[in-house]
Ligand binder design. Structure first.
Ligand code: NAP
Length: 294
């Protein structure tokens, strides 16, 4: 299937749903036990229409990038948007050069479509030099577009002001339960400044409660609860999402969230009525210490 895309005024686009690779190939360390299964899941995902794959040098200590490289080897590279992330302790220019080189080798690719600062740089990083380095990657063609992740509105603006090239995305923890992007003003910033908010952990790792409002809307739209959760995100302007699944059955269900639009009134009902909401992410709260205040 063709997954709908969202396109910024500057021409950058992402599919509304992409596949995340966190925990494919291990967590903090590489675990090769399930490699054949994970590669099969990635190949199957590409065949089902996934065009945006999201990984990071940190995932499985680089093994997640290796799995993606193996899965897409020989495929039509131009069909895919490959996003990877550089860890905050590697944002110093020389370290970033080494990190990009290593990511490209693991991916078996000569460019990535989207290179993302995984968080705001660690304290002590020379921020103008870090952003100059990111911009150089775009100019030498190894990176097509640059973005950030887990940045508050103030930190996003700070980094954008240091960059010639636009930061096309801010990747953040966002789902019906975890609302820090709303309370912190990051969602509004993305919508006002035409940046894509890439919602990570859209299913709260499968732990989202089947609340009455979700069951009611699932019945109304003839969709599953998971599809309602995903569609609630991507029905909002400038929001796209990435979910992890190694199951093609789950992926098919998730893709069923992508080709329809929730009514505005129902988007607001979930915003208001979803139970047990958190104003701050329990995984990565945006006010972590760094040289620029959140
Ligand atoms: N930038 C950051 O700091 C950051 C942080 C965390 C995550 N991320 C990115 O965001 C992606 C998604 O987040 P996440 O993996 O943490 O959480 P998630 O996508 O909300 O949840 C993944 C879990 O949900 C299950 N799942 C998926 N579809 C399902 C379905 N239809 N029915 C039932 N269970 C389903 C998966 O199991 P199965 O495999 O069995 O389907 C997996 O256990 C990551 O993979 C990563 O790429 C970025």
């Amino acid at each position: 299937m063709i997954i709908p895309i969202k396109t910024l005024n500057n021409g950058f686009s992402l599919p509304v749903y992409g596949l995340g690779l966190w925990q494919m190939g291990g967590r903090a360390e590489a675990d090769t036990t399930n490699d054949a299964r994970e590669i099969g899941a990635l190949v199957g995902a590409a065949e089902l229409g996934i065009a945006h794959f999201d990984t990071a040098e940190q995932y499985a200590a680089g093994h997640s990038e290796e799995l993606l490289g193996q899965a897409l080897k020989g495929a039509d590279r131009a069909r895919f948007t490959i996003a990877t992330k550089v860890s905050p302790w590697n944002h110093h220019p020389e370290a970033m050069e080494t990190a990009l080189d290593a990511s490209l080798k693991r991916l078996q690719m000569d460019y990535v479509d989207l290179y993302i600062l995984h968080r705001f740089p660690d304290a002590g990083t020379p921020l103008p030099a870090a952003m100059e380095q990111l911009n150089r990657f775009v100019e030498d063609g190894r990176v097509r577009h640059i973005g950030v992740s887990n940045c508050s509105a103030a930190r996003f603006s700070y980094l954008q002001n240091l960059s010639q090239h636009p930061l096309v995305c801010n990747q953040l923890h966002y789902n019906a339960q975890v609302r820090e992007v709303e309370t912190s003003g990051v969602l509004a910033q993305c919508q006002q400044q035409d940046v894509l908010l890439v919602a990570w952990r859209p299913l709260q790792k499968g732990a989202l409660a089947d609340a009455p409002i979700i069951s009611e809307l699932a019945a109304k739209y003839g969709k599953s609860s998971v599809q309602i959760m995903l569609n609630w995100l991507i029905s909002q302007p400038n929001v796209v999402t990435i979910a992890k699944t190694s199951s093609l059955a789950h992926l098919q269900e998730n893709l069923g969230a992508t080709t329809w639009q929730m009514e505005a009134e129902d988007i607001e009902r979930i915003r208001a009525e979803y139970p047990d909401q958190r104003q701050v992410s329990e995984a990565i709260a945006l006010n972590y210490p760094a040289d620029v205040p959140a």
